[in-house]
Design a protein around this ligand. Structure first.
Ligand SMILES: Cc1cc2nc3c(=O)[nH]c(=O)nc-3n(C[C@H](O)[C@H](O)[C@H](O)COP(=O)(O)OP(=O)(O)OC[C@H]3O[C@@H](n4cnc5c(N)ncnc54)[C@H](O)[C@@H]3O)c2cc1C
Ligand code: FES
Ligand code: FES
Length: 500
């Protein structure tokens, strides 16, 4: 097969393509849709944002904004895409385009189509109005957040979540006019085509097998087909959300003979909140995980808003985050603290591995070439006190220098169990086993927290690099412990002398 079938801006297109690694951005621009721009080609600026019709999980469609620079066009075979050109025209502006123009939200205009697509995604979010201040968070979980930190969900009077624009950068306008435009948006008209489209199902995944000069891109229909293929071609590259893979292709020039798409495999898209564990399919996007959990796993409710930007989270998966084996991935420290297990699938069947035993070295793991991550299981009940601390140069949309996940069971004022996950302080994510041992059986008071903080600062083997020095990383681990202790009550804050 050398042809892709897509619906772009409402029109069906059958497009010949000769490249298995061509990004959606290059393909769209090559076909005349030059509204979407390339600013960075690595998911940082949002100039390339477009809308993709995705399932809302209840039989309808949600217009999801994604970075077209990271997604291979082959991964969108059979899907529906809307670009800024498809939203409106100079003669008939879309409400989002009109508000941007009126508010003065565009100067050179380079970033504008991307902003408009991210904004349109939020404009069409069904539960947007439920998110006005004081109303329950239909999408994002509880409203509570650490009062010492900026709120990761800042809503306008129309419920618009400003952080839906967190993946879009503008170098000339300044962000206030853009925010004014977002907060001035009303609701879609009754005859708005994209609003009406939400009531219909999103397209099913296509069975793609694109043989091109630079490689082959395959989307198998089932997990059985996928693992059979992996058994035959163990060096094939798996791609889920493509937020890491897209960077490899664009910036590092990676080309592989065989790429296997797993992001739509039903077996990797499970979401279950059972009695004994929470199961999260490896290919569920972080935005979907956040919506599904709605704050029921507080550690993840803290983590997800700090993970990249909304554009990235709309595609990034937990399977991909663990699949890279990166020592600075954000999911591992949180999942280690939650005592998570990884379900690995292969042609031989499933096996379950403790995440604490999963990583074996720098970007290596116990996963064999014929295996993929099918799901992540978080045992229940959850610990009483959890916390996720990401230390980065920017509060949002940045890679961690250090990340710490805490899960403490405190009964009658005594620490009964403690799990601490660390990222960014060794060649692998790891558990802070000495500090955990120190905590268990001790009263949860200022003295214990101080001793644990000192111990935590000595965990791992932090290095100095362009993000942070080794000393800074150690100090930040200690601080994270003190912040955890300071968090629950004002009394403990005073006891510690924090902020004095
Ligand atoms: C701008 C930007 C910001 C980012 N910010 C953050 C951040 O704040 N924190 C953070 O941790 N990461 C961040 N990342 C990295 C990336 O988004 C995450 O690692 C993400 O979770 C990857 O998921 P994915 O589905 O997109 O993976 P993909 O790109 O599809 O795959 C990544 C790797 O994992 C493998 N893989 C994917 N799924 C599986 C599976 N089920 N089983 C086995 N292997 C698999 C693939 O073969 C590939 O090698 C950022 C990336 C970008 C571009
Ligand atoms: S071009 Fe910058 S995010 Fe895609
Ligand atoms: S208007 Fe110029 S970059 Fe945003």
């Amino acid at each position: 097969m050398d042809r892709l079938d897509l619906t772009v801006n409402g029109q069906k297109r059958q497009m010949a393509t000769d490249a298995a690694h061509t990004t959606a951005l290059d393909w769209l621009r090559g076909n005349g849709l030059t509204g979407c721009k390339e600013g960075c080609a690595e998911g940082e600026c949002g100039a390339c944002a477009v809308l993709v019709a995705q399932s809302d999980g209840t039989g309808g469609t949600t217009w999801t904004a994604v970075n077209a620079c990271l997604v291979p066009i082959a991964a969108l075979d059979g899907q529906e895409i809307v670009t800024a050109e498809g939203l409106g025209s100079p003669e008939s502006l879309h409400p989002v385009q009109e508000k941007m123009a009126v508010a003065g939200g565009s100067q050179c205009g380079y970033c504008t189509p991307g902003f408009v697509c991210s904004m349109a995604s939020e404009f069409y979010r069904r539960d947007r109005r439920a998110d006005v201040e004081g109303a329950p968070h239909a999408q994002h979980g509880p409203n509570e957040h650490d009062p010492n930190e900026p709120d990761p969900h800042e809503h306008g009077p129309n419920g618009f979540d400003l952080h839906s624009l967190s993946g879009n950068l503008c170098r000339c306008t300044g962000y206030r006019p853009i925010r004014d435009a977002a907060y001035a948006l009303g609701d879609p008209d009754a005859d708005d085509a994209l609003a009406t489209r939400r009531d219909q199902p999103a397209p099913e995944p296509a069975r793609t097998d694109l043989q091109a000069a630079d490689g082959r891109f395959v989307r198998p229909a089932t997990l059985a087909d996928t693992v059979a293929m992996l058994a035959e071609y163990p060096t094939a590259v798996l791609v889920a959300g493509s937020t890491d893979w897209g960077v490899e292709v664009n910036i590092r020039g990676r080309r592989e003979p065989l790429v296997i798409a797993i992001d739509r495999l039903p077996e990797l898209r499970a979401l279950e909140f059972g009695d004994e564990f929470v199961e999260i399919g490896a290919a569920v996007s972080l935005s979907e995980v956040e919506r599904f959990l709605a704050g029921r796993v507080p550690m993840l409710a803290e983590l997800i808003p700090q993970f990249a930007s909304r554009l990235i989270r709309n595609r990034a998966t937990l399977g991909g985050n663990l699949g890279t084996g990166s020592p600075i991935g954000d999911a591992a420290p949180a999942l280690l603290a939650l005592g998570a297990r990884v379900i690995l699938a292969s042609a031989e069947g499933d096996r379950e591995v403790e995440l604490s035993e999963y990583f074996t070295g720098y970007r290596t793991s116990v996963r064999t070439p014929g295996e993929l991550i099918r799901a992540i299981r978080i045992p229940l009940p959850l610990a009483d006190l959890t916390g996720f601390h990401k230390i980065a140069k920017r509060r949002f949309d940045d890679i961690s220098s250090v990340a710490v996940g805490f899960a403490l069971d405190i009964q009658g004022g005594v620490v009964h169990d403690a799990r601490i996950g660390l990222g960014g302080v060794a060649a692998t994510p790891l558990r802070a086993s000495s500090t955990e041992a120190l905590l268990i059986g001790r009263p949860w008071n200022a003295q214990t927290a101080r001793e644990a903080a000192a111990s935590l600062g000595g965990e791992g083997t932090p290095m100095s690099d362009h993000r942070a020095s080794a000393e800074y990383r150690s100090i930040m681990m200690s601080q994270a412990m003190l912040k955890l202790f300071a968090r629950p009550t004002a009394q403990s804050t005073a006891q510690m002398g924090v902020g004095a």
